[in-house]
Design a protein around this ligand. Structure first.
Ligand SMILES: O=C1C[C@@](O)(C(=O)O)C[C@@H](O)[C@@H]1O
Length: 254
């Protein structure tokens, strides 16, 4: 496995963490506005959080919207994400629909990466990874804990599981209850990177006290960070301009 993942000339896992911004519009017209405005901010990647889209249960509408987003942002690596309500997303859909949606996104030729949640049936995860890889689409294999920060060993074990299953970019987002929890996430990230990871990983501690984890990925081992454009897609995301400045500052100090 490669220590980096290259998507449309963006090398994830090398140099400063790459900046991703999420599109969170509820309607096609909101999404168009967001996508057009995003260009000026020049993120490295864009994520479409399809769970925010009010027509997400209509596959055809989703594919149409995907086509529009892709046409507006032809050169940026695009991540397709349906974040389930149990992991902090906007909606819950059936497993069958979740699989169909992700398979369709992977086969559409319109996205570069799909985000698959690790906490699905293992067989379903394997099916989605295979479907993505058959279409030369990468997989972020993700887990989100909006209620707390698991112990360091557990964070590492989830990231290792995501790697073993074939996720190209294992990811975990956790919620800190205290600054000590932020240290746990950072320590787990560092240990995963140093001892177990053979590919880039993505980690973050959310909310205010976790912000440091969104800035210091180059030091501790997280290869990608989510910044906010107008509306954050998760608590603790900072504005992309400030984020870029801080990432550059930390990079220069190394
Ligand atoms: O998984 C992630 C990370 C995230 O939850 C964050 O905390 O920045 C934001 C989500 O949009 C994305 O899918």
């Amino acid at each position: 496995m490669s220590r980096t993942v290259t998507v449309k000339n963006v090398i994830i896992g090398e140099g400063t963490p790459k900046i991703c911004v999420s599109l969170v519009g509820a309607t096609l017209s909101d999404l168009k506005q967001e996508a057009a405005a995003l260009k000026a901010l020049a993120p490295d990647l864009v994520e479409w959080r399809a769970d925010f889209f009010e027509q997400v249960e209509e596959l055809e509408a989703v594919m149409d919207a995907l086509g529009v987003i892709r046409a507006l942002l032809p050169d940026l690596p695009l991540i397709f994400t349906f974040r389930s309500a149990k992991e902090g997303g906007e909606k819950e859909i059936s497993t069958g629909d979740y699989i169909a949606l992700n398979k369709a996104a992977a086969a559409s030729g319109l996205v570069d990466i799909i985000d698959v949640e690790l906490f699905n049936e293992e067989e379903d995860v394997r099916v989605l990874i295979a479907a993505a890889h058959d279409n030369n689409v990468f997989v972020i294999l993700s887990n989100h804990d909006f209620h707390g920060t698991p112990p360091k060993e557990e964070i590492i074990s989830r990231l290792r599981k995501a790697q073993e299953l074939g996720g190209d970019l294992p990811k975990i987002a956790v919620m800190p209850g205290s600054p000590a929890d932020v240290l746990i996430l950072l320590a787990a990230t560092h240990m995963m990177k140093e001892e177990y990871a053979d590919r880039p990983i993505i980690t973050m501690s959310m909310a205010g006290s976790g912000v440091i984890s969104r800035l210091a990925g180059e030091i501790f081992g997280s290869a990608l960070t989510f910044g906010a454009a107008y509306r954050p897609s998760a608590p603790g995301q900072v504005g992309i301009r400030e984020l870029r400045e801080v990432l550059a500052l930390l990079h220069r100090s190394l």
